[in-house]
Design a protein around this ligand. Structure first.
Ligand code: FMN
Ligand code: EPS
Length: 474
């Protein structure tokens, strides 16, 4: 297993722990790299009172020395500030004073027995034989996603070294929706947006929607739902640029990258659907409008053309090698091949094809309602309204940030499988060697006259343009 993550910790316990194993030696990493994403996860219009209490900050407690990873498991600790209010109710030790506290009217010590529809409450309590639903709801809570975001920030840092950029934005809240801004390309396969501008517009929105008009309407929809004691879900999209051709594999089902990414995204609380590229829309279209025509542009040769303005790998040698293999910031190294649109969302046959990854996830509305749905008591079966403490009204913007982390982790796992090595230096060498192979891949087919004269098959024949791996004609 190339990269392994384990998280632990309850929502109102002392804090959250993440242990990430398999990160190579020598990756620059500080708490600030992680805190940035933790703060982004806490934002978003529609979140509840808990986010006013928490100000998530990580403590790195293993695997990093003097700002660089050691190759050992990275251990991260995020304290829960709300723990102060729950230290008796969530004490790891048996509570001596529980009976007294319950008598004092501390509601936190009372068993929760009214399961909330849409939560793990009922199924979890019956499965584990828990007579207090708190035994289940504490870990089922999306508080855990803070730990996944912390680990994901490490994965993002690793991928960022190679010019991979992962961003998310919200496309729908309830009935207010905008189309994906990235699937249709301009003429000649020109990228439809500048990722940096898209990110700037997204981060400026209180709901992570890059369209300011839709953003305001989304805020209004959340406000209205909240006033009615109701909640909303929505859709977010993840865009990953700079991805080289060749991550994942067609060879076995469990190596197909879209399966790994979709499975990981579906494992995020409240996500009920995932699409790759055109996704469900492809089912209604003819093949001619779905599959992405292939084009080829000779990659830039060092010294002959200016370096691409778009961001690429940080390391100068890797950056140059990536550019020679056709990377332009939007696309990753792919030997100069590109697509005129991106209906596939950057993955064909379980393998990245060099175009950006485009994934969408649908989040159901928050399950805890201020006007609760009918429920039945766990122990007596008596009809009751479901339990309500406090809750978010909408958490799609936060889920989008968690989605980035999940994609980063899954992609980093595929990256480590492909480029391996115990250290970032090994990995850089492997990446550069791969880029060099891609850069040397295409040998322009000789002009038809020349090829006929030489007795080789005419252009368009079975051998036309066939690559001769390992020989660079330039
Ligand atoms: C970032 C985030 C915040 C969430 N906040 C809440 C919340 O405040 N109240 C709630 O009832 N559910 C919330 N949820 C959703 C529940 O965690 C989720 O619906 C529940 O664990 C049941 O899992 P399932 O929906 O995947 O079946 C949140 C989810 C995410 C991703
Ligand atoms: C704590 C977080 O989200 C929580 C996720 C959540 C749930 O049921 O999933 C319920 C709420 O918890 P509480 O009952 O303490 O208010 C959210 O605040 C967080 O995102 O950090």
């Amino acid at each position: 297993m190339a990269l392994r993550l384990l998280t632990a910790g309850e929502s109102h316990g002392p804090g959250l722990v993440a242990v990430l194993e398999g990160v190579p030696h020598g990756l620059p990493l500080t708490a600030a790299d992680i805190d940035r994403d933790l703060a982004r996860r806490q934002r978003g219009y529609g979140r509840g009172g808990r986010m006013k209490i928490e100000q998530d900050r990580v403590r790195i407690v293993g695997g990093v020395r003097h700002g660089r990873t050691l190759g050992s498991p990275i251990a991260l600790w995020i304290p829960n500030r709300d723990w102060e209010n729950w230290s008796r109710a969530m004490a790891p030790e048996p509570p001596d004073d529980a009976a007294q506290a319950a008598a004092d009217g501390d509601w936190r010590l009372e068993p929760v027995t009214r399961p909330r529809p849409g939560h793990a409450d009922l199924a979890g309590a019956l499965k584990y034989g828990a007579r207090d639903i708190r035994d289940v709801l504490e870990r089922a809570s999306a508080r855990e996603t803070a730990a996944r975001v912390a680990a994901g920030a490490v994965a993002r840092k690793l991928l960022g070294l190679f010019g991979i950029r992962i961003q998310s934005y919200v496309l729908r809240i309830g009935e207010v929706a905008i189309p994906s801004p990235v699937l249709e390309y301009g003429e000649d396969g020109r990228p439809p947006v500048d990722p940096a501008a898209l990110e700037e517009a997204t981060e400026a929105s209180p709901v992570r929607c890059p369209d300011p008009v839709a953003s305001e309407r989304m805020v209004e929809a959340i406000r209205t739902a909240g006033q009615a004691g109701d909640t909303l879900g929505g859709v977010f999209e993840i865009l990953v640029t700079g991805v080289p051709v060749g991550l994942g594999s067609h060879a076995s089902g469990d190596r197909r990258l879209e399966g790994r990414l979709a499975g990981a995204l579906m494992a995020l609380n409240a996500i009920k659907g995932v699409e790759v590229g055109l996704g469900f829309a492809a089912a209604a279209l003819p093949g001619s409008r779905v599959h992405d025509p292939i084009g080829f542009r000779p990659p830039r040769r060092e010294g002959t053309e200016p370096a691409p303005a778009a961001p690429g790998p940080a390391h100068p040698a890797a950056r140059a090698a990536a550019a020679r293999a056709g990377a332009d910031g939007w696309r990753g190294p792919a030997a100069g091949f590109f697509r005129y649109r991106n209906g596939a969302g950057g993955i064909e046959g379980g393998i990245t094809n060099g175009e950006p990854l485009v994934l969408r996830a649908a989040m159901k509305p928050i399950a805890t309602l201020r006007r609760p749905l009918p429920s039945a008591d766990l122990l007596t079966g008596e009809p009751f309204a479901a339990h309500h403490e406090r809750s978010d009204i909408c958490a799609v913007p936060a889920a989008a940030v968690v989605g980035e982390a999940i994609v980063a982790l899954e992609l980093a796992a595929a990256w480590i499988e492909k480029f391996g090595g115990d250290s970032v230096d090994d990995m850089l060498r492997n990446y550069i060697a791969y880029c060099e192979r891609l850069a040397a891949w295409v040998h322009r087919a000789p002009a038809p006259e020349a090829s006929r004269a030489a007795g080789s098959p005419p252009a368009g024949g079975s051998q036309a343009g066939a690559p001769t791996p390992g020989r660079d004609p330039r």
